[in-house]
Design a protein around this ligand. Structure first.
Ligand code: ATP
Length: 237
């Protein structure tokens, strides 16, 4: 079966800086794959390249369809939803309005979509009329994921969902991510919390200065000396 997402020799540059230097990776249907690496390794740029939010070289295929020449909207139309770093919720709009914006490409069945998201994140349901800017960090992350779900995507790209959250909220967000995956969603997870990323994903790619330095199953990488030394504080339980 064709992969949900297939990237070949992806490059992203900003002026003279080459942030992504020809990476290739694949995410199978229904798989959670994580992209890990230090600050500035090029993780967010990879997600922006996939969704054509920045100009990118190389090839990106979504369910076998080459999207390299597409605009962002058209990639979204194929079922790719990005949950950006920093959440990108619209303050000044209510939680409900933010969620509804997620369904802007397909507005039919809005109530049923909203219902499903609220079932996934009951806290959002209790706050539908609240200004999104007044939500806590964890609630904003739920809203960002909920907004992506409103588009009924087939692939979700998650950029640093744990950023700035307390350990308890991180657990809550990741439980939701696992629940969404268990319903068959394909997920590419960018995450700085390497331990959590490897516990959540089936496979991982390690990005270092814009290149894939290492890849394998999460179990392989958890036991890899280089990963343990560089990203897991030298120990694995
Ligand atoms: P982090 O974990 O800190 O978010 P990252 O792995 O996601 O890092 P990117 O945000 O993709 O890394 O950045 C990769 C490189 O590209 C960095 O050196 C960064 O400074 C540079 N970069 C990112 N966005 C831009 C931009 N809009 N203009 C210029 N340089 C950029």
């Amino acid at each position: 079966m064709t992969a949900a997402l297939q990237i070949e020799q992806l490059t992203v540059s900003y002026g003279g800086i080459q942030a992504v230097r020809g990476i290739s990776l694949e995410v199978a249907r229904g798989e959670i794959v994580t992209l890990i690496g230090a600050n500035g390794a090029g993780k967010s740029s990879t997600l922006r390249g996939i969704t054509r939010l920045v100009r990118a070289g190389g090839m990106v295929r979504v369910f076998g369809e080459d999207v390299s020449a597409y605009e962002t909207d058209r990639v979204a139309g194929l079922g790719v939803a990005l949950v950006p770093e920093g959440r990108g919720v619209f303050t000044g709009l209510t939680v409900r309005e933010n969620l509804e914006l997620g369904a802007y490409l397909k507005r039919n069945g809005l109530a049923a979509k909203l219902d499903r998201v609220v079932k996934q994140f009951p806290r959002l349901g209790e706050r539908l009329t609240q200004d999104a800017g007044t939500l806590s960090g964890g609630e904003q992350q739920m809203l960002a994921i909920g907004r992506a779900l409103m588009a009924e995507p087939r692939i979700i790209l998650l950029d640093e969902p744990s950023l700035g959250l307390s350990p308890k909220l991180v657990q809550e967000i990741f439980a939701a991510i696992r629940a969404i995956a268990s319903q068959g969603m394909t997920i590419l997870l960018v995450e700085q919390n390497t331990r959590l990323a490897l516990e959540t994903a089936q496979r991982a790619y390690v990005l270092a200065t814009g290149e894939i330095a290492l890849s394998g199953t999460s179990t392989e990488l958890k036991n890899d000396e280089r990963i343990r030394a560089a990203y897991l504080g030298g120990s694995v339980e």
